[in-house]
Design a protein around this ligand. Structure first.
Ligand SMILES: Nc1nc2c(c(=O)[nH]1)N[C@H]1C(S)=C(S)[C@@H](COP(=O)(O)OP(=O)(O)OC[C@H]3O[C@@H](n4cnc5c(N)ncnc54)[C@H](O)[C@@H]3O)O[C@H]1N2
Ligand code: MOO
Ligand SMILES: [Mg+2]
Length: 429
């Protein structure tokens, strides 16, 4: 027995007349409402995974001095030209140069200085002979190094500016910071980094059947998995998830919750209640005129009822309650919005061409995004559809590396056929 009021008859009629947008049109529309978030400065050591908010220009050449690549002797190559294994040339050792020390003794004809890997090459020297190719003798308190082979000019020396010149553009705004970028920033003494603030994304699920993950199972009810799946997806996208308590199917509660979430957070994502059922409250809310609805139907499966609306410049994505549709809806619409806010350049999933690993017979008039696994077979990238790929199925999400894009066609797709795949974050890229 129901103990709730269904949504209005008018709302239900409206939902039957939804205008479906193509995925790309729906993406373009929703992304056009996204503004980049503000910048903030954070310590370099906290900047992993964050996005640079300004270009980084090399403030000095790197290396900033000609550097020895070996432990050995800094010499003038010309002095070694006449070396012979049977007749070594002896150069007087005039200095000893550890790392971090700058020698004040230039290398003149017939002279050499002992030098360590990473030390600044002294003036006059144009090559470093490695220690193993030398012998040492002492005479009258002076040291001499013996060389048996000529050395070419520049050998074992990394010239000043070998990697970068002063003024070179090293990192572009929009770059995601990882170990390589951190190394660059540290090298140039950029200890405080200007990055985009992480968008804060409010999440709540709707559904009278939902139990909290801490609650024991009850007949007819399920635990709320979407909220936690979305929180994980938000983190991967670079946002900060704010988990709000799920609500039962009550339009008034949904209205208040959406209002509150839009006040507090940069983006709001909900799940459930967007189809044509009697208690599909989010569907009713977005068509009530309180928000500007952008779309409530997209020509895709799963997630055909994916909905987006905007209020005072903030986006609400009302995703389907079915876990598969929720997962895909996030990837196609919410993730790009978070990435745009973060100033990233690549908003959408990476697209590759792969061979289909098994026949896929399901067809309809919408593009399907089929969960699949990727592997290499006989040197070719192969995408195999998941055994269970229904929108309501949760279990195969964890096994997927990609979404296999199957456009609407009369026939199904066959094994061996080329297909486009959208690579899932963290899988292979
Ligand atoms: N007459 C029609 N019925 C349905 C249609 C249709 O076109 N005509 N579309 C189907 C498709 S496709 C989808 S997808 C779903 C969309 O449903 P809603 O987005 O309205 O979601 P709910 O009805 O609230 O729930 C659907 C399903 O998902 C479970 N759910 C909900 N929230 C969660 C959560 N937080 N964690 C885990 N699972 C959740 C819920 O219990 C339902 O089983 O509509 C079809 N129906
Ligand atoms: O929204 Mo449903 O399949 O289109 O999952
Ligand atoms: Mg429903």
């Amino acid at each position: 027995m129901k103990d709730r009021d269904p949504i209005s008859a008018q709302s239900r009629r409206d939902t039957f007349n939804r205008r479906a947008l193509q995925v790309s049109d729906a993406q373009t529309l929703s992304i056009s409402y996204v503004e980049r978030v503000h910048e903030e400065s954070i310590p370099l050591q906290d900047s992993d995974g964050r996005v640079l908010a300004s270009d980084v220009i090399a403030p000095h050449p790197f290396p900033a001095f000609a550097r020895s690549g070996m432990d050995g002797y800094a010499v003038r190559s010309i002095d070694t030209a006449a070396c012979d294994p049977g007749k070594p040339i002896w150069l007087e050792v005039v200095d000893h140069i550890p790392c971090g020390y700058v020698s004040s003794i230039p290398i003149e004809q017939g002279k050499a200085s002992r030098i360590m890997t990473g030390a600044q090459v002294p003036e006059g020297a144009d090559a470093v002979v490695m220690l193993e190719a030398t012998e040492l003798r002492t005479e009258n308190g002076r040291s001499y190094v013996g060389l048996k082979k000529p050395i070419e000019k520049g050998k074992n020396i990394t010239p000043l500016g070998f990697e970068l010149q002063e003024g070179d553009l090293i990192l572009r705004r929009g770059t995601v910071i990882g170990p390589g970028e951190i190394s660059v920033l540290a090298t140039f003494g950029i200890h405080t980094v200007k990055v985009y603030r992480q968008p804060v994304v409010g999440i709540f699920s709707t559904g009278t059947e939902l139990l909290d993950i801490t609650e024991p199972l009850e007949p007819g009810k399920i635990r709320n998995s979407n909220t936690y799946m979305l929180a994980s997806q938000i983190r991967e996208a670079g946002g900060i998830p704010m988990i709000m308590e799920a609500i039962p199917d009550d339009v008034q509660l949904a209205r208040e919750k959406v209002e509150e979430a839009l006040q507090l957070y940069d983006i709001v994502v909900t799940t459930g209640g967007v189809s044509v059922g009697d208690y599909d409250i989010m569907g009713e809310l977005v068509t009530s005129g309180e928000l500007d609805m952008l779309f409530n139907k997209v020509t895709m499966r799963p997630g055909s009822v994916t909905t987006a609306a905007v209020k005072e410049g903030k986006l609400l994505f009302a995703l389907s309650g079915n876990p598969g549709a929720c997962f895909v809806g996030f990837l196609l619409f919410v993730r790009p919005a978070i990435r745009k806010m973060l100033g990233m350049e690549q908003l959408y999933l990476t697209e590759w061409t792969a061979e289909l690993g098994a026949d896929y017979s399901k067809v309809n008039n919408f593009t399907r995004y089929v969960r699949g696994s990727l592997d290499i077979q006989n040197g070719k990238l192969v995408a195999t559809p998941a055994s269970l790929d229904e929108s309501s199925v949760m279990i195969t999400i964890k096994d997927s590396d990609c979404l296999i894009v199957t456009p609407p066609e009369l026939r199904g797709a066959v094994k061996g056929q080329n297909v486009q795949v959208l690579v899932l974050p963290g899988a292979w890229t």
